[in-house]
Design a protein around this ligand. Structure first.
Ligand code: ADP
Length: 660
């Protein structure tokens, strides 16, 4: 569109000159006025882009006109022409914002340049103003979006941090109303049983509407649920009926879905105002409805896990066996009622308290403070204050710590004691008649000559009596060791004992063609213990290794000190022990089924070894693979200082046993 120039001059010639020679050829549109007053009217009516105004005119001169325009805040670019140029007028003119000041008579080129420059400047200004406007608009839009995002962010945060569903849903509806500038808002959920929708949270709804229920079948909200698509109604002319008593002018309904299952509708409505909703509103509301659905799902999940936890709590509470969960820092995570009673834990909430503060017995604390291993559970026995004995089984719970299940074995222990007592009494009473049988067998041979058959029979009787005697000796020994009787302690060199045993069994080793490998370091390998019992125990280990290793196999004995402990290992390349048998081989009379036919034995050897080792505050365990071989490892405390007297008798008090 052509730019419009207003020429205000009382001289017709000048007006014609400017119009015909200067402005028209350049294609500008021209409007004219004869004096300032007329000029003012034209400015208001025509809104020109530029004004060329003469200073000296009747009624109202150029400067005067410029002043009036300035007062009225009309910023029209102007060129002032004057016949008598004075410095004062020039200063005043520029103060009033004229673009140029031209003295008459002016030549064509001068006025042309001046007009063009003024228009160019004003074009630039115009563009700048437009840009400014745009910028302001964008700015305010951005501000609004930031505000919306903030609102949505804070809702997101409350969804993930708050467990109060009512509060979260209320915030969602509040935000929906705030962002869309709607009058009212609500969140409806489906009641599947009734086939209805009810209001779960709302903003600005009156009491009556809050309790409104809609049929899913034939309501607009039901339709939104069925199609899983938003609905926007913004025709302000007509009322829309949500319910007979509830008419609105415009509304947005957004479906609410949890895991693709429709569960309700988020709605905002205007009942009075004829405001239109914007397209953006739907998008923001969709985000909010997603949050609401998430909050509802979270609440369901939480309620579910809460129920499960309560169930588990009830089960644990009613379990008679004490159960504990201990954290990685040896702090209490959980203790059922039975555990509280057994360990006499204080009343109140103990979660997070260190075990050291809660557990009374030193042995119990030591056992419970040990970490459980990855592939094995740690076992042990503890005696609690009321005298009951518990078997403790600790299992690793990755990321949590360890679970501890305790089983009352007081009665079993008592039975075991009675059994040992019985065995020891009976075996003692058996030994005397056996001794006299052996004696008479000797005498029989001296009493007169026997024929070959008689000699053979006597030989068989002697061998049977000898094996019964050794069985009974073992039983008696076991009884004495278990009772802790007759332990005679002194400093003993393990290397010495081992060499002695090997010396004694050299013949059997040679007979079977076994390869023997000894590994003793230079250092002093002493422990404080009963030399005879240690000899007996290690001798049992070595004779087992010989017995259970086929001809041509290998046997190893290794002794070394480590970290204040003596470690002794007897290994062989024999038949091995199946994992199913391993837990029981230290029990009295237990023999692996696979060996009973091929090898002679009583099943007492390892029970004696274990008892002796435990009497010396040591531990023993086995690692074995069937068909490949077996390693027995014994750990004993190293002798620190010579005992007060070279021989002393251990008290018979039972110490807690520790197994792996
Ligand atoms: P036994 O008189 O049967 O040898 P032990 O108490 O010494 O009784 O051993 C118990 C069981 O452990 C044995 O019957 C055998 O099954 C197993 N056992 C012990 N030592 C070994 C070994 N070195 N190799 C294989 N099996 C062994």
């Amino acid at each position: 569109m052509a730019e419009k120039v207003l020429v205000v001059d009382d001289s017709r010639e000048i007006r014609a000159f400017l119009a015909d020679y200067i402005l028209k050829p350049k294609g500008y549109e021209i409007v004219m006025a004869e004096n300032g007053l007329e000029g003012l009217e034209m400015v208001l009516a025509e809104k020109p882009d530029l004004m060329i105004v003469d200073n000296q005119m009747p009624k109202m001169g150029g400067i005067q006109l410029l002043r009036v325009l300035r007062e009225r805040n009309i910023g029209l670019p102007a060129i002032l022409t004057t016949a008598f140029g004075s410095e004062e007028t020039a200063v005043e003119a520029f103060r009033l914002g004229v673009r140029d000041y031209v003295i008459k008579p002016f030549d064509v080129e001068e006025i042309e340049t001046s007009v063009e420059r003024a228009l160019r400047e004003s074009r630039l200004e115009h563009e700048r103003d437009q840009l400014m406007d745009q910028l302001m608009q964008t700015n305010s839009q951005l501000e609004r979006q930031v505000q919306e995002l903030n609102t949505i962010y804070s809702i997101g945060k409350s969804v993930s941090s708050s467990l109060d569903l009512q509060q979260v849903l209320h915030r969602v509806v509040e935000a929906a109303v705030y962002i869309t500038k709607a009058e009212e808002g609500f969140l409806m959920l489906t009641d599947e049983e009734q086939g209805e929708l009810y209001i779960r949270a709302s903003k600005n709804l009156d009491q009556e509407t809050q309790s409104m229920r809609l049929r899913i079948q034939d309501s607009l909200a039901g339709q939104v649920i069925a199609t899983n698509r938003p609905v926007v109604l913004t025709d302000d002319e007509h009322w829309k009926k949500i319910k007979t008593s509830y008419l609105v002018k415009s509304l947005i309904y957004i479906p609410l879905a949890s895991q693709d299952q429709p569960i309700g509708v988020l709605g905002v409505v205007n009942r009075l105002k004829a405001t239109q909703f914007e397209r953006r509103d739907t998008r923001v509301l969709t985000m909010l409805s997603d949050y609401a659905a998430l909050a509802i799902r979270n609440a369901h999940l939480f309620a579910q896990s809460d129920t499960e936890r309560n169930k588990l709590g009830t089960i644990l509470g009613q379990t008679n066996d004490p159960v504990l969960v201990i954290g990685e820092e040896s702090e209490l995570v959980l203790a059922n009622q039975a555990a509280r009673l057994a360990l006499q834990l204080p009343e109140g909430n103990l979660v997070g308290r260190p075990l050291a503060e809660l557990i009374q017995g030193e042995d119990t604390l030591e056992l419970l403070s040990q970490p459980a291993g990855k592939n094995f559970s740690r076992r042990g026995e503890i005696t609690v204050n009321d005298g009951r004995i518990f078997n403790v089984n600790m299992t690793l719970i990755e990321g949590v710590g360890r679970s501890v299940v305790m089983r009352d074995i007081t009665q079993l222990k008592e039975l075991d004691r009675l059994k040992s007592e019985f065995v020891s009494v009976v075996s003692h009473d058996l030994r005397s008649p056996l001794t006299s049988i052996l004696g008479y067998i000797e005498l029989l041979q001296r009493a007169g000559s026997l024929n070959d058959t008689q000699k053979e029979f006597v030989g068989r009787v002697r061998s049977s009596v000898t094996s019964i005697t050794s069985l009974i000796t073992d039983l008696l020994d076991l009884g004495r060791i278990e009772a802790g009787l007759d332990l005679s302690l002194s400093r003993c060199s393990l290397a010495e004992i081992m060499l002695e045993i090997i010396e004694q069994q050299q013949l059997s080793i040679q007979n079977k063609g076994l390869n023997l490998e000894l590994n003793f370091p230079e250092q002093d390998l002493t422990v404080i213990g009963d030399r005879n019992r240690l000899h007996q125990a290690f001798s049992n280990l070595i004779s087992n290794a010989i017995k259970y290793t086929p001809t041509g196999g290998k046997i190893g004995v290794r002794v070394h000190g480590h970290d204040g402990q003596m470690i002794l290992q007897v290994s062989d390349t024999g038949v091995g022990i199946s994992p199913a048998d391993q837990p029981y081989i230290f029990d009295k009379f237990y023999r692996a089924e696979t060996v009973t036919e091929k090898f002679e034995g009583t099943g007492l050897g390892l029970s004696i070894v274990k008892s002796v080792v435990e009497r010396h505050d040591g531990r023993i365990w086995v690692t074995s693979e069937p068909g490949k071989g077996t390693i027995f490892t014994v750990v004993l405390p190293t002798a620190v200082a010579p005992p007060a007297s070279s021989t002393e008798t251990r008290p018979s008090a039972s110490t807690p046993t520790k197994n792996n």
